[in-house]
Design a protein around this ligand. Sequence first.
Ligand code: MTE
Ligand code: MO
Length: 537
Amino acid sequence: MTDTSATGSRRTARWAGPAGAVASAVAGLGLAELAAALLDPRTSPISLVGGVVIDLTPAPVKDAVIALAGTQDKLVLIVCVVLGTLALTALSGRGLRRSSLPASLWLATVGAIAVIAAIARIGVGILHAVPGVVLAAVALLALRLISGRLRRVTDTPERAPGAAGPPPGSATRSDSAVRPIGGAERRALLAAIAGSTGVGVVAALAASATRPERAAVPSLTLPTPASSPPDLPAGLDVKGITPLRTPATDLYRIDTALVVPGYRPTEWDLVIDGDVDSPLRLTLDELLAEPMVEIDATMLCVSNPVGGDLVGSVRFTGVPVAQLLHRARPRAGADQVLSTSVDGFTAGTPLDVLLEADRHALIVVGIDGKPLSPEHGAPARLFTPGLYGYVGATKWLRRLTVGTFAEQKAYWTTRGWSERGPVKTSARIDVPRDGESLSADEDGTAVIAGVAWAVHRGVGAVQVSVDGGAWVDADLSAEVNRDYWRQWMARVPLPAGKHTVRARAADASGAWQEEEPAAPAPDGAQGYHEITISARG
Ligand SMILES: Nc1nc2c(c(=O)[nH]1)N[C@H]1C(S)=C(S)[C@@H](COP(=O)(O)O)O[C@H]1N2
Ligand SMILES: [Mo]
């Protein structure tokens, strides 16, 4: 039976208003994402708005989200941005039957936000505005269609049942008088809502399928390096200890990129400019033709808490930064190299550090013998041994600008993090796990083990203390080099009961790590890693 009563129409109006507005937004967003994917992936409205949210989020909140959501933090943010936008859209569509003005204004605003975000984050450009304009235009068209049909559904009861005839001058309404009133209108409304949603979803799926990094990465072949370090020594034989080499697939990932930036091999280039006498521009092929070296090194995030796992040790393949910088000839007075990524992230690295012959700072193109993965910065990234990632490891690298710390501010330094970021010496306990309950071995002792780093100074010693007692020297794995972490292990007496275990490391000069605890901001966490364990009797 066809429901043509006034209550039925009101009920339709109640859900169809918000649903119609949401369907319009989905159509607009989907086609805008497709336009961005085809023209310039950086202009994706969803990732741009997500990026603005990331930029505006205070560091402690960001850390909390990363801690809660782990590597899924990006997905969580995308879902929140989309759901938040759609929720506001639904609100704006509540009175759609009476007026489409609120929803129209809101959808136009969403489009404008996309345009403004594109210009703010990647610069002025006609193409940068296209996805936002597509978003608004498509969404407003869909809204017109849907609100028109909605009005016809909700208008019908006033003439039905038994209304004499259509109002004068209305051709469409004349046929609504000859067939069951309401049914056809309602089907037309549903078709418009479902159609708009469908178009948007299909376009969004097509957009994610055309992301360029999917196709571009496998085509890159890593050149053979001119020099490679010897194989790693055997690590310590302790069950559960962190391996000397972090599998590339387990390397932590930290960045502000909501969508991993893609690149087209033929369009990618690296520019070295700023205070230099001969600016350089290298295509990807030219970069790959440069003499390459390999280094084993430990990379850390400044956000790594004491005992945390935002640290990994791998083999990097790349072109020495100094090799290219010398060719560009930096001018006297410069003290910083500001590196910029495809997606607008920047890091400020001391020029003298990058020029040090024994620093081995690299334009990295490979990790563990394989081309850089999209997540870790394909096709090229910076890596500076001894400095936290935010000051020396820009991923998706496009530009190195020689200048001064006084004039150029990097992404995280404008957000309160320290300008310089040398890695702090630290020991981490991996065996046993914090909170673990274990039995002592037959001789009443237990093994405590982990890794320690003092990147670019080298680890000289690690000691362990149980329940605040005397410090016991740990055995260390053979040194790989001073940029690489070392495994350590110590055997300590472990009577039944609850115990606290602490560890500390010294660098090769004998300087112990700081004991006074400090949070990661502004220049790295410090303090001794401490765990609590209970030994069964
Ligand atoms: N483009 C870009 N590069 C970046 C970042 C970023 O947010 N964007 N984060 C930096 C930080 S804070 C760290 S710790 C390292 C992490 O590198 P990984 O994700 O390859 O482990 O990348 C650095 N390079
Ligand atoms: Mo970091």
